[in-house]
Design a protein around this ligand. Structure first.
Ligand code: 5FX
Length: 537
């Protein structure tokens, strides 16, 4: 059977708490979707929110749980009515930074999977490390220092790899394994990222790591798009051969393995397009353009930007762009997002969002000069923790005089910070700028209005949630056509059929007048807080 009309595309997302799958048609409309929740559907692995915590800093996930989840997901998709014989290409995405260690000989097993058996029973002895370190791990401070020293400091590392050393990044994680489990490291023939590991399962051989996800390792020279020898050397012996050669994110890697043809009825012509990290895939799923800024309002708040040139950032990350390898993307992650919003809601609004919104709307923009910054947990950007409140005169106060000031101070403080750090990346509002809001809090129009005012730009929302898994499905089509067509295929031409984001709110006319000075105020206050914290430590 050949794949002509009516072909479909499959996107897979191996995220922290679940494995998702979505099938889209030629017009990128969703046909079927389902997921496997790790904690509840695979309780034998005893994870909490998909992870195992050995101590406060050491966080892993069982590799076989992910494999078993794939067995389940494909069965569940079939039960939903998915016709795998129509899938022309598949691609995927996964939580970033996590690493998977394939034992010597594992690729032979991948090559000869038996369709009458589950994947997880055949791959049971394939991993030299049974629990993969994941992005929530922060146990590698020592290895981070080593990595920065080896290349001449944090700034130099950021210049080469797009980020200074971060504990969760794969280079430091690999270095820790090489140091603390030398036998397991020596018995490892391939190290995958979670994304390229999932891709390998479909390919039946080791899938290369893609440039975008590789940018989250502190190992890739993001300008040359090759491994940095200086970084590789400090992280483990023979590391280059264990990692394989990285490739562009939309590379067509070959046909699906026979196992899936026999067991699930996939078409033997179905192509496997390189998998990537969840943040790059979200950029693809949102169809972010050069004039846009994506603001994801979730457990943590994340900002993405399209960049045409790489930059060296004091904080935050630069990745190779997943849909155009000549471009880049910036990612800023703020830990104190929805959880902090929920704390203030619980404290001042008896847990009610309606009440929260009512209070937020009851005070004019600018909050009568009251200004607050709230960091429940250690913030990443900037590196501060605690609540900070200032009155109109600039004096530090322990509480505001009424709840509505707290609510408005929280939301204005959060969004002014997002804007200031986006501006540090070179972002500025111009004609055609769109803020694309996603994540749980993007359902709250009152909060979005403050976002729009603080940035002085219109805010748009996406119809479909789950931008990462959709991004993977779009990338499947992009990769297939880009690699197999004589025409000039671009990601934006492929995805032009996707509904455009919907306008949610526009800034009030005098927003710039109110908030431009407040961005300056934020910068001044944060500098003071940091100086105070530094002098105490
Ligand atoms: C980004 O750098 C992160 O660590 C997270 O967003 C993970 O990718 C979540 F999966």
């Amino acid at each position: 059977m050949t794949l002509k009309d009516e072909c479909t595309y499959l996107g897979i997302d191996l995220s922290t708490q679940q494995l998702k799958g979505v099938i889209v048609d030629e017009n990128l409309q969703i046909l079927s979707e389902t997921h496997v929740q790790f904690d509840s559907m695979l309780p034998e692995f005893r994870t909490h929110s998909g992870v195992v915590r050995a101590d406060k800093k050491t966080v892993t996930a069982p590799v076989l749980m992910w494999v078993k989840a794939l067995d389940l997901l494909l069965d569940k998709l079939r039960v939903c009515g998915a016709d795998f014989s129509k899938v022309a290409a598949l691609s995927g995405t996964a939580q970033q930074h996590g690493t998977v260690y394939w034992q010597i000989g594992a690729e032979n097993i991948l090559h000869s999977l038996d369709p009458s058996n589950f994947l997880h029973s055949q791959l049971a002895s394939c991993f030299s490390i049974s629990h993969s370190p994941i992005w929530m791990d922060s146990s590698t401070t020592k290895q981070c220092q080593m990595l920065e020293e080896a290349v001449g400091g944090a700034e130099k590392l950021a210049e080469i790899t797009g980020s200074k050393a971060y504990e969760r990044f794969s280079g430091a994680q690999i270095a820790k394994i090489a140091e603390t489990k030398p036998n397991a490291y020596a018995n490892t023939e391939r190290i995958s990222l979670v994304s390229s590991f999932a891709c390998s399962l479909f390919l039946g051989s080791y899938a290369p790591i893609d440039w975008s996800d590789a940018s989250g390792m502190n190992l890739l020279d993001i300008q040359k798009k090759e491994w940095s020898q200086a970084c590789l050397q400090v992280c483990g012996s023979n590391l280059e051969s264990k990692l394989g050669e990285p490739v562009p994110s939309y590379t067509d890697l070959g046909p699906i393995n026979e196992y899936y043809v026999e067991r699930f009825g996939f078409n033997p012509h179905c192509r496997i397009i390189s998998f990537t990290g969840d943040n790059p895939a979200s950029l693809a799923g949102m169809r972010l353009g050069a004039n846009d800024i994506a603001v994801s309002l979730g457990t943590s708040d994340t900002l993405f930007l399209w960049l045409s040139e790489p930059k060296t950032l004091p904080e935050g990350h630069i990745f190779v762009n997943p849909v155009d390898s000549d471009a880049y993307m910036a990612l800023l992650c703020f830990k104190n997002g929805s959880l902090t919003r929920e704390r203030i809601r619980n404290l001042y609004c008896s847990g009610s969002w309606d009440e929260f919104n009512r209070l937020l709307e009851s005070i004019p923009r600018g909050n009568f000069g009251n200004f607050g910054l709230y960091y429940d947990s250690q913030e990443i950007i900037p590196f501060v923790q605690g609540d900070f409140r200032f009155d109109k005169a600039g004096s530090s106060v322990s509480k505001f005089t009424s709840p509505e000031f707290e609510v408005r101070a929280l939301i204005e403080g959060q969004f002014l910070a997002r804007r200031a750090h986006a501006e540090d990346l070179g972002f500025s509002v111009g004609p055609g700028t769109r803020i694309i809001a996603t994540g749980g809090a993007s359902n709250n129009k009152t909060i979005l209005q403050v976002l729009s005012d603080c940035f002085n730009a219109p805010v748009f929302i996406l119809e479909a949630a789950n931008s990462a898994v959709l991004g993977a499905a779009y990338q499947a089509k992009h990769g297939r056509l880009r690699n197999n067509s004589n025409e000039n295929v671009t990601f934006s031409s492929i995805t032009s059929c996707v509904p455009v984001p919907v306008l949610a709110c526009e800034p009030y006319k005098n927003s710039a007048k109110i908030y431009d000075p407040l961005v300056k105020r934020y910068r001044k206050i944060i500098k003071e807080i940091q100086t105070r914290t530094d002098s105490r430590s």
